[in-house]
Ligand binder design. Structure first.
Ligand code: 6U4
Ligand code: NA
Ligand code: NA
Length: 158
């Protein structure tokens, strides 16, 4: 039996740069990533996305400014969990990114995204994000540093 768990992943963007955070603890530690986490029981996904962004880098976004741009599903060899990650981007937001216990935020130019220090799958679907295309990806990992198989496709709608 597969246990499905829903997560959020939010990317703030402007014309020149994208905001990433260096994860300081827990799952994905030492990797640059968007901001997000587990959706709590009975919580709406958009509410979770807003909450995690605020908790992790002190940035505020309104729900209607979050655009659902992708869905990523991760499984791990020998584990029953499927991480069902809902990916969002926003170009309207408020605040200055601040370091928290969980994340060290930093703006990156689009041609300087640190793929070598990100999840292996990111370089496979970032091209869709950067071209404003909707995407679905499924990745089966062995451990955290090897992808055994994957599929990725562009979507017409989410
Ligand atoms: P705690 O530490 O319990 O508060 P929480 O913040 O709820 O955790 P966390 O940080 O474990 O959850 O959530 C994992 C985050 O990593 C989510 O935003 C989804 C994202 N993520 C998981 N696997 C990923 C992968 N392979 N590639 C990627 N993002 C991934 O780009
Ligand atoms: Na998190
Ligand atoms: Na969190």
């Amino acid at each position: 039996m597969i246990l499905n768990k829903v997560y959020t992943l939010v990317f703030l963007r402007n014309e020149q740069q994208i905001l990433l955070g260096l994860k300081k603890r827990g799952f994905g530690v030492n990797k640059w990533n968007g901001f997000g986490g587990k959706v709590e029981p009975k919580e709406e996904i958009l509410d979770a996305a807003v909450r995690e962004l605020k908790e992790e880098c002190c940035m505020s976004v309104r729900k209607h400014n979050l655009k659902n741009i992708g869905n990523l599903q991760f499984t791990f060899e020998g584990e029953a969990l499927m991480m069902d990650v809902r990916v969002f981007s926003a170009t309207s937001f408020v605040g200055d990114p601040e370091e928290t216990e969980e994340m060290l935020p930093k703006w990156f130019d689009y041609d300087k995204i640190p793929f070598e220090d990100m999840w292996l799958d990111d370089k496979l679907w970032f091209p869709y994000l950067l071209k404003d295309k909707l995407f679905y990806g499924r990745f089966h990992y062995q451990g955290y540093d090897k992808i055994l198989n994957y599929t990725i496709q562009e979507l017409n709608s989410m």
